[in-house]
Ligand binder design. Structure first.
Ligand code: NAP
Length: 248
């Protein structure tokens, strides 16, 4: 369905070594895109994903911590040197921590905000000058449905994702005249390691709250990214698109 939609394009997917980021990278490669997957430390998973991507198309992996401005800038400069451009930026890298707000530590605020929200700033700020010089681009930020409505026991995470939603809307307004579109996707519960702490009972309780009666797959987010990256969505910017099986 996505075949050839993004032929000749270059994409960077942060946190692309596993989970949703891997699903996004796979759909982008299937659509004809060259893809760079970024990861923080898990070399084994990055290698596995890279092999799967290179069976379909062309991909590279780049290790960098998105919470570091310096590392993001160096990564983006390196990719542009090698590929000549980056047309699509998918800010997907993210971390979560579940627990009562009163038990949260200050370091948890810094860790979650620096990865989830500052990471988006770091990559956008390093790449936008390049996109401006090319007069085009598509930025897609992976938020969360909890960024829309807030989740009990995930207060810091919800705040980081709510920040991504406003960041997306504001940047879209600023960059629209330069032909750069900025959108976000708010996934519901997607079957990845991020949810591996859930007990079997909690999984079935959660599924009962989802009108489509199941967790989403990484591919569901990947397909939405391909749509937002392609000309099929050329009049869509500044939007937060919820992909949650109808849960909210
Ligand atoms: P995951 O399975 O835990 O994978 C996280 C990915 O992010 C890994 O590739 C990890 O790299 C990378 N990463 C983490 N911190 C990083 C950093 N500082 N710098 C660079 N890369 C970093 O997570 P996921 O479930 O796929 O979630 C992906 C995104 O979707 C996150 O933004 C998350 O908030 C959002 N989301 C997930 C769900 C869900 O139900 N799963 C729902 C809503 C939103 P390493 O492998 O090297 O650690």
């Amino acid at each position: 369905m996505n075949m050839g939609l993004l032929t000749g394009k270059v994409a960077l997917v942060t946190g692309g070594s596993r989970g949703i980021g891997r699903g996004i990278a796979l759909e982008l490669v299937k659509a004809g895109c060259s893809v760079v997957i970024n990861y923080r430390k898990n070399e084994v998973e990055a290698e596995k994903t890279l092999n799967a991507l290179n069976e379909i198309g062309y991909a590279k992996a780049f290790k960098a911590d998105v919470s570091s401005y310096f590392e993001c800038k160096a990564m983006i400069e390196e990719i542009i040197k090698e590929f000549g451009k980056i047309d699509i930026l998918v800010n997907n890298a993210g971390v979560s921590k579940v627990g009562l707000f009163i038990d949260a530590k200050e370091e948890e605020w810094d860790y979650i905000m620096n990865t989830n929200l500052k990471g988006v700033f770091n990559c956008c700020h390093s790449l936008v000058p390049h996109m401006l010089s090319k007069n085009g681009g598509s930025i897609i930020n992976i938020s969360s449905m909890w960024g829309n409505v807030g989740a009990s026991c995930e207060v810091i995470y919800s705040a980081s994702k709510g920040g991504i939603n406003s960041f997306t809307k504001a940047l879209a307004k600023e960059l629209g005249p330069s032909n750069i579109r900025v959108n976000a996707i708010s996934p519901g519960v997607i079957d990845t390691e991020m949810n591996s702490w859930l007990s079997e009972e909690e999984v079935s309780e959660l599924q009962e709250d989802i009108p489509l009666c199941k967790f989403g797959e990484c591919e569901d987010i990947g397909n939405t990214v391909v749509f937002l990256a392609s000309d099929k969505s050329k009049y869509i910017t500044g939007q937060v698109i919820t992909v949650d099986g109808g849960m909210l």
